[in-house]
Write a protein that binds this ligand. Sequence first.
Ligand code: SF4
Length: 312
Amino acid sequence: MDYELNIDKVKEEIKKKKPKKILIQLPEGLKPRSREIMKKLKNNKDLEILLDGEAVYGACCIPPEKEREKYDLIVHFGHTELVPSENVLYVPVESKKEVKEITKKALKETEGEKIGLTTTTQHLHKLKEMKKTIKEEGNEPVTRKGDKYIREGQVLGCCFIAATDIQEKVDSFIFIGSGNFHPQGIANSTNKKVIQGNPYNGEVRKIEKGKWMKEREMRKDKARNSETFAVIETPHPGQTHNKVTKEVTEKLRKKGKEAHIIRMNQITPNKINHLPFDAFIVNACSRIVLDDWKNYEKPILLPKEAEELIEP
Ligand code: SF4
């Protein structure tokens, strides 16, 4: 098992609050462990535990307020608190992967002495160890201090302040974690070299800046001749930006385009490919557009990209 689930923390909360009905939210990677988790938490026959079967991508995916009221407790595994709510317990899941060797390996590819250190929620408990390793190798680790919602060194796919706030104080960045979404976001939001060290496969790579910029232009080109648009928003509390939906819809209409609003729980290709619109604007998690756009038959754009398209 590569992750520490912190089940004891949840058991303590159950003991304290004595809930009768619990909803468990798990990121997709942990759903295979759902039976194990539910069995461990059920401490009496009257306690009803439900698993949220919808995809959970981030802390923004807690249920909307009205839905939350149906449960005494919602246990959200895998992410730190983003949307404060009385009956939601956020339980960060900690990766057991070693970080010392990968930090050393990544350091070899950096430039300069001052190294901006960033990582994702799963490795935050090892941030101290990463900092120590950077010092031992003769460099100076630099991190942005944490606050209520963004911890020290923590990047989210939609929030890179852990890097942007310190970019003028560092020579290059190290990102310790997997995937492309987070390190690419750091590279595109800062003006420094970014090296990713992946603790899961031991690989180190330089993140090429500008990849997203090229893709952004390709997306806009694909949507350029569209006449009918759908602006999609979700009910997820951390993603609901009604003002943005309204603004972009109005702008499209002013330019003579036909624009409608769609509300959707989860945005997937098979849910929208057949809908009668030329292009879609996704006002939700930017990962859907930035990472998955090639999986959609029709063009999908971020609200900002749609605005650039109609107001070049
Ligand atoms: S909006 Fe996307 S990137 Fe931001 S927290 Fe939610 S899932 Fe993560």
